[in-house]
Design a protein. Structure first.
Length: 128
């Protein structure tokens, strides 16, 4: 199985879930900056990997190493990004928490003519 890596800021750490006496897991969100499409990606650590997640990591820049796991159930197909290594590269200073970078909201056209200025429109009224 291939290993993957992703670098971002740990945004949130979820609650510990005890599924059975042999399986426990915890999820966390990694904010991955991208100039065009920033992403919030959910990862899961389980059993022996639970000691990787510490509350003080929230707000830290980290490199996450993970595997992709998939399974089929009666209700569909499910994928999990199973994290097995977290390398904190930069910790937040003075107890700062994760801050979403300030980005201007994208411009949303208000009508058809604004969205498609070169299109020829004969009649834009609704016939009913």
């Amino acid at each position: 199985m291939s290993n993957y890596e992703m670098t971002g800021t740990i945004k949130r750490i979820g609650e510990l879930k005890v599924i059975s006496e042999n399986f426990s897991c915890q999820e966390f969100i990694l904010h991955v900056p991208d100039p065009k499409y920033p992403q919030d990606v959910k990862f899961q650590v389980s059993n022996k990997g639970l000691d990787l997640l510490k509350p003080e990591l929230v707000g830290s820049t980290a490199k996450v190493t993970f595997d992709i796991r998939g399974r089929a159930t009666k209700s569909g197909y499910w994928n999990t990004l199973a994290c097995w290594k977290i390398e904190a590269q930069q910790r937040p200073q003075n107890g700062q928490q994760f801050q979403q970078p300030d980005q201007p909201a994208p411009h949303v056209p208000q009508n058809y003519k604004e969205a498609f200025p070169d299109a020829e429109v004969e009649d834009d009224s609704i016939p009913f």
